[in-house]
Structures are given as structure tokens and as C-alpha cells.
Write a protein that binds this ligand. Sequence first.
Ligand code: KIV
Length: 296
Amino acid sequence: MASNAESETPRRRITVPAIRDSKVRNGDDPLVMVTAYDAPMARIAEEAEVDLILVGDSLGMVVLGHSNTLEVTVDDMVHHIKAVARTRPKALVVADMPWMSFHVSPQDTLINAARLIRAGGKCLKIEGGTKRIPMMEAVIAAEMPVIAHLGLTPQSFNAMGGFKIQAREAEAANELVREAKAVEAAGCFAVLLEGVPDVVGQMVTDALSIPTIGIGAGPACDGQVLVYHDIIGLENRFKPKFVRRFGTAYEDQLESVQQYAQAVRHRTFPAEPETYVAREELTEALGLYGSKTQDS
Ligand code: KIV
């Protein structure tokens, strides 16, 4: 999609059709997607003019303190999607469907999907390929556009034996291309491709007319996505190979809180500028003398 990040014209709302038509091979700029889970993050992502904001179930790990995404519920997602949507970003808000919200039946999936859209998502992300196509088709038929998430799908953590790079063998790579073509044929408007070798990212991107958005899938994808906390360096415990930290938020925030604690203990905070100093009449009426200023 052509970016207007450096132009004077006001930014236009980003729509599903605009994303679906975005392919680097057709001369478009790579798509920029970032996760966000609350209003301040959404405001920053919007001001940075990203194309898509993903309210990802990664919130279970980076915000809620779980060790994987399987604990995240539809209620959790609704709560965080609402916080992001209240900022009314022009970026496309993508609502991630959590584990077990789209595995039981198409009917059950429709009810869960509608809750995420009513919370403010403009479209959905669903992990999985062929196995999930009946659910994808059901929500697409109900006017809820879908991004399919293929490759390393974190909700398959137990089945995959951990967060493991996928499609390392030729057969698995060819199978992934078939899966990607199948979700495109089912009506998905983009594919999020996670944790695959660069050539596989290239193969899938070449095979599709819808865009691929990669995370650990190499530079050939039509866009990139990273988790907000990884970008700003707030998540400092574990750094997958595909992450680049563009900031040092953990250290910066630690320093701020340490300085605050020190100022309280050394009684340099609060000082006069941060204090509602009583007017003279009040100190006099209370029989307290020696107050320095009169502002309240
Ligand atoms: O939930 C999420 O944030 C994701 C990204 C890792 C792409 O699926």
C-alpha cells in the first residue's frame, strides 16, 4: 500500500480492500503491522502511521503474565480490543481469535467472532489452515473479514512441542504453500506468516495474490509485524531471533520508577511545584503561620 507517512495530506482510514490489494511486487510499500493492547499503545501506533494494529492474543504473554497464549479468553480479547478501538485509529484494527474460540463449530465461531467485531475489531485473525477453513468461511460469509495465520502458530504450542520454526523441509514448505493457497481460495484477505525460513516466506508471497505479513518469515513478505513490547524493548526476558528492539523501554521505565522511589525516600518529592500550597487565610484560620505562598 502506498504510504502517506511523509506527506502533508491527512491520513485516510485503512480498509480491508486496501490491505487486500497491497502487494510489494505491484509497487506497494510493505505493510506495517504492530500489536497493541490498550489505548496509549494504540495512540502511539496510530501516530507512527502503521497500517494495521493487531490486538493479538500475545497479550496473554506480554501483558497478563502467562507463559503461552492458551489462557487467553474471548472476554480478555473483548476488554483489550475495546481499549484500542476507543482511540478510533485510522489503522485497521485486527482482532485475534483466541484458542478454542474457533475450534468447536462454525456456529460457535460466529458467536465469538461477532463479540470481537462488536468490541471494535474491523476484521479477525485466525490461526491455522485447511482444518479451520469451515470456520473461516462461516465468518467471512457473515461479513467478518479474516487474516489467516500460518507457519508457527503459537496456539499449537503443545502440538508443535514448543515455539518451533516450521517448514524447514521441502515437503513441509510445499504443504505450507498449499495451505496458503487454500485459505486464499476460502476468502481470507491476507496471510500472516510466522517462523519460517526466508525462502518459504518468498514462496508463499509469490504464490498468493493477497498480501503476506511476516514475523520471522524473512524480508520477501508484503509486510512485517512485531509485538509492541519487543519493538520498544519493554519485553526484555526473551528475544527471538526475528525480533529487533528499537528502544530500551524496560531500562528507561525502571530508571524512572527508581528515581521516583529515591525522591520519595529522600523527601525531594513532592516539592513546591507539585503541592497545593494553602492560602494565607487558611493557614491563619487554622492558626498555622509561616506558610510561604498563597496559591492553592
Ligand atoms: O498474537 C499476536 O500478537 C500474534 C503475533 C505474534 C503475530 O499473533
